[in-house]
Design a protein around this ligand. Structure first.
Ligand code: CA
Length: 234
């Protein structure tokens, strides 16, 4: 099954980058449009599974984009993400055919939770086996944000840890640099350092390695970054 494709419609470059990077880190395919006409064209071209739709945009506004898609029979889930938080705006958004409404400024984890929920409702839930990826002595489930550690215990896992694992898994055994991890997983957040990444790798080793001091899977590539060695079959 292909990964869900999300269209991010946002004219503020900083927010667009933050949202797009974090959705990509969660494993989604992401397209971006910065003004109304381009957004409508991208949506009408099809292949989109969810739209994050700003309201105040150059050209056609978000409410009108939503109305036009719905009047054309398009059922794609739409999450309004907007600074317009007045009660009548929310009503207008839902009346225009939106599925959910999130007010800026928003917490990233709430945005991601709403994205997951809308896609789940739209039938994007994959069978459990297909969602789990082996890491070291355990596995990670990106959708449920859970991992089984080297001792067999299943616990929750943070979005940062998931973001790092997603990069390592996607690299297919190749090296992922610390700066790539910082760019994609931390983005515009204040003050991460390369040491921040190292500390998260230490946490991941404690989860997935039988001996975190002698890792067999989450390998350091000196002076560059990290790579994930495929699970050794036993
Ligand atoms: Ca805007």
């Amino acid at each position: 099954m292909d990964l869900p494709r999300i269209l991010v419609v946002e004219d503020e470059p900083r927010i667009a980058r933050l949202v797009c990077d974090n959705l990509e880190a969660e494993g989604y395919r992401v397209a971006h449009a910065a003004e109304g006409e381009a957004a409508l064209r991208a949506a009408q071209d099809g292949g989109i599974d969810l739209i994050l739709l700003d309201v105040m945009l150059p050209g056609i506004d978000g409410f009108e984009i939503c109305r036009r898609l719905r009047s054309g029979g398009d059922r794609v889930p739409i999450l309004f993400v907007t600074a317009r938080d007045l009660h009548p705006d929310r009503i207008e958004g839902l009346m225009a055919g939106g599925d959910d409404y999130l007010v800026k400024p928003f917490q990233l984890d709430e945005l991601l939770a709403r994205v997951h929920a809308l896609l789940r409702r739209a039938g994007w839930t994959q069978p459990v086996e297909g969602r789990r990826i082996e890491v070291g002595r355990g596995w990670v489930d990106f959708e449920r944000a859970e991992a089984q550690d080297a001792t067999g215990e299943v616990t929750g896992i943070t979005s940062k840890e998931l973001g790092i694992l997603r990069l390592l898994v996607d690299a297919n055994g190749g090296v992922v640099s610390r700066s790539t991890i910082l760019d994609v997983v931390w983005g515009d957040e204040a003050d991460p350092t390369p040491r921040t990444v190292d500390n998260f790798i230490v946490r991941l080793r404690k989860r997935f390695e039988s001996d975190p001091a002698q890792p067999d899977h989450l390998m350091t590539v000196r002076g560059i970054g990290y790579r994930l060695r495929a699970p050794i079959s036993t």
